[in-house]
Design a protein around this ligand. Sequence first.
Ligand SMILES: [Zn+2]
Length: 315
Amino acid sequence: MSTTSFTKKTLGLETTEPALTPPPAAPPVSSFNKKPKLAAKPKKREIPEGLWTKCPKCGTMVFDKELDENLKVCLQCEHHFPISARERIHSLVETCTFEEMDADMTSVDVLQFTGVASYTSKLQDYQRATGLKDAVITGICRMGPHRVALGVMDFSFLGGSMGSVVGEKLTRLIERATEKTLPLIIISTSGGARMYEGMFSLMQMAKTCAALAYHAQARLPYISVLTHPTTAGVMASYASVGDLIIAEPGAMIGFAGPRVIKDTTQAELPPGFQTAEFLLDHGLIDAIISRNQMKAQLIKYLDYLTGGQKAAAGL
Ligand SMILES: [Zn+2]
């Protein structure tokens, strides 16, 4: 047994040769095995992207400009596409009358929540992508002759989830409406409470409803408008306690999703379950109004609910 050779091997002193590997030999190029140059370039698209949208309900290709002009409602089948909060406000209020409240309020990551990404980075991403600070825009505006406190949610910001900012902004809006004796309209679209804020988001359900109770006590009208989709914590709080509850056609409205209910109850759900139409038939909502008719109808309701009063001067 040679101790010397053992030590040398262990230390790797024998491998003094450079471990060079020659580059793999290039395949021989010959004119015979050259591939034909057919189909090398992908065909140019004939329709530029972002000009047309396919309607998910009727399959029609709708020209985006026409869709925008028709408030994102399909011209063929009246399917209601998602619409941003800003566009919706623009479609409802009189020009230049919207005075936004708490525009810069942003969420704080109280729980230091980290899932696939941290809550802080998610908030920043969504703020950049949507141009919004959070999932609701609130303010005082004029609709027809009425001065109205208006809150509009936006599903594109974290699924319209209700965190402490959504709750606080809406509560301040409701309290302002009570203080100024104004009717209130909240247009909801939400996947529910924001899980990144845990208990703090659940607290918003009680907070908004408490403010609404004072608004109701002052005998002021509150119209809740449900748009696709309005579910979970939002539906279980301020969205379902309006003096009038109206919805857009085809909107999905409910608490838990149909699959969860089906799995829990082990029962077949009726057709159309959790749609606005189904809920109208069963008395949960008062009316279904197309987005194109929304402004005119809301003004009619306000005329009725405020006893035909015009907005008080100076408010
Ligand atoms: Zn359609």
